[in-house]
Design a protein around this ligand. Sequence first.
Ligand code: ADP
Ligand code: ADP
Length: 226
Amino acid sequence: RMAHLAIEGVSKLFGTTFAVRDFSLEVGDGELVCLLGPSGSGKSTLLRMIGGFEHPTGGTIRIDAKNVTTLPPERRPTGMVFQSHALWTHMDVFNNIAFGLKLRRLPKVEIRQRVEDALALVGLADYGRRMTTQLSGGQQQRVALARSLVLEPKILLLDEPFASLDQHLRERLREEVRDIQQRLGITTLFVTHGQDEALALADRIVVMRDGGTEQIAPPSTIYRQP
Ligand code: ADP
Ligand code: ADP
């Protein structure tokens, strides 16, 4: 599952404003990096460019040395989880997670096995037949995570996945994500504007401001309040 990510001089211009400006970063195999910064500092735009949902104005993004800068999301080995999960309300949990596998026309037995494994991984082993509308907010975000992981991405991209949840639940899910991330050894970028969240989760923290990096350091040596 491990992969190496290299972001080289990436910029994104919206109109006359740089959302991201000449940004460079390398993320190693199995590392968890938090992008931390105030609203509007370019965290989401950067993550969306890594996932292929936006294309850079300039610069290069490589995954395992392959240039993916202009590839669409479905042709990248990335999986993205958004703040609002956008689960399909007309499908049960199983089918929400199976959807991407069905598109790939995998055999039914393999789909069933992989969905069951993904559900077990996020602690929802018996929830396959529930409708997503019957789930709590935290359970819905676990389904969103399973839906992403079932496609076996090499890089996991999480954009403030727990921002809409209360503090207690957010802390619990944070621990679960850290646990899953370490078990899979999956290279992960996690966007947050919460310093406590970044300190609890990250191997390294990238502090962003005005589309650039203000500081890059492990939690133990990060010193400046963003
Ligand atoms: P963050 O995730 O740190 O809150 P964003 O990446 O969402 O920051 O936004 C960075 C800057 O880019 C902001 O000024 C925002 O208004 C602008 N921006 C983001 N997306 C768009 C867009 N689709 N069109 C125009 N401006 C955008
Ligand atoms: P968040 O703070 O949760 O990241 P944003 O307000 O930054 O939310 O962005 C929500 C959506 O709106 C994103 O798809 C982003 O690209 C888009 N967006 C953000 N700022 C602008 C803007 N100034 N003009 C157009 N779209 C924008």
